[in-house]
Ligand binder design. Structure first.
Ligand code: ADP
Length: 310
């Protein structure tokens, strides 16, 4: 009897000890962040329940650590974005001060010269021309910077209305024809009639800026062509020109404020480097998109799209 109870006790104790050892191993692997994929043992007693408990605990820890890692990744992404934004803003402020100082320095220099030689008719004429040119540039720049700031900082008061695209484009082309003719250029339009829901002023602003660029950066006897078509619930408007084109290395920077491919050419035509940045902001505020298309050979082409009225 004694021997039998000893053997039974020994076997029972041995089984329990091996179960405890498996539970211990499972706990250790969880500690090493090697989570278990099934309960360490299956028994219908308290040890079995403990094994189930360890398994569920392991799954829970794995899930919450994965969630924490995901949160950390998102936070890191947000911090990186914020840092890039801060850097962009610093550069923007730096550019503003530089770009504003240049015309002001020139105006101030002419005023100083006029104070010294106010009876020099040649200087007077030169000063008049340059002060007028620089103050126009300054005015243009202040206007665009204020518009950009308003678009970015405040909830833009957009007065969306039902708008017929073909008619709108015809009107804008008509307005820009005079300038195009002065440059010896022709503007052509091929537009499909379609209604969109948009702020009319923004639409005008966007296309006047783009056509203005297509004229400014064109070549004598060149052309500007606008085409609109409806596809997949959107109106796609392409504006292409036969001008000097945009080099491949400038493609990514073209929409950045104050970016110009050729500062002198841009200055000479009254450019500020803010036009495309403003255009992109306006387009996005109207739920649209704008891309610079890849053009083979001459000229540049921008494609815009807006959702059409259902
Ligand atoms: P800008 O006032 O200098 O014209 P934008 O922001 O409108 O400024 O354009 C940025 C730069 O992109 C311009 O300085 C010019 O170098 C280039 N660019 C814009 N549109 C065209 C175009 N249609 N053809 C060639 N270059 C262009």
């Amino acid at each position: 009897m004694l021997l039998l109870s000893f053997i039974t006790g020994y076997l029972y104790f041995n089984r329990a000890a091996s179960a405890i050892s498996r539970l211990k191993k499972a706990a250790e692997s969880i500690r090493r962040t090697e989570y278990i994929t099934s309960p360490p043992l299956t028994r219908r007693d308290e040890l079995g329940e403990l094994a189930e408990g360890i398994y569920f605990m392991s799954k829970e820890i794995e899930r919450s650590i994965a969630a924490k890692d995901e949160e950390q990744r998102k936070l890191q992404l947000a911090v990186t974005k914020l840092q890039a934004l801060e850097q962009q803003q610093k550069q923007y402020i730096g550019n503003i001060s530089h770009e504003f100082k240049t015309p002001l320095t020139s105006i101030k220099a002419y005023v100083d010269l006029l104070n010294m030689y106010d009876d020099d008719p040649k200087l007077l004429l030169e000063a008049k021309t340059n002060i007028a040119k620089e103050s126009d540039r300054l005015y243009e720049m202040v206007d665009k910077v204020l518009q950009l700031t308003a678009l970015e900082k405040y909830d833009f008061e957009s007065q969306a209305e039902l708008f017929e695209v073909a008619e709108g484009l015809r009107d804008i082309c008509g307005r820009m024809n005079g300038k195009a003719e002065r440059f010896g250029l022709t503007i052509t339009l091929e537009a499909e009639p379609v209604h969109i829901w948009i702020d009319k002023e923004s639409f005008m602003h966007i296309f006047i800026n783009l056509i203005d660029n297509a004229i400014k950066y064109n070549v004598p006897q060149g052309a500007v062509h606008l085409r609109s078509e409806v596809r997949k619930g959107r109106v796609w408007i392409t504006i292409s020109d036969t001008g000097i084109g945009i080099p491949a290395e400038a493609r990514d920077k073209i929409f950045e404020p104050f970016y110009t491919v050729n500062r002198d050419r841009s200055r000479a035509s009254g450019g500020t480097g803010l036009g495309l940045s403003l255009v992109r902001n306006l387009v996005e505020k109207q739920n649209g998109s704008i891309v610079l298309l890849e053009t083979e050979g001459e000229g540049s082409a921008f494609q815009l799209s807006f959702p059409v009225m259902a």
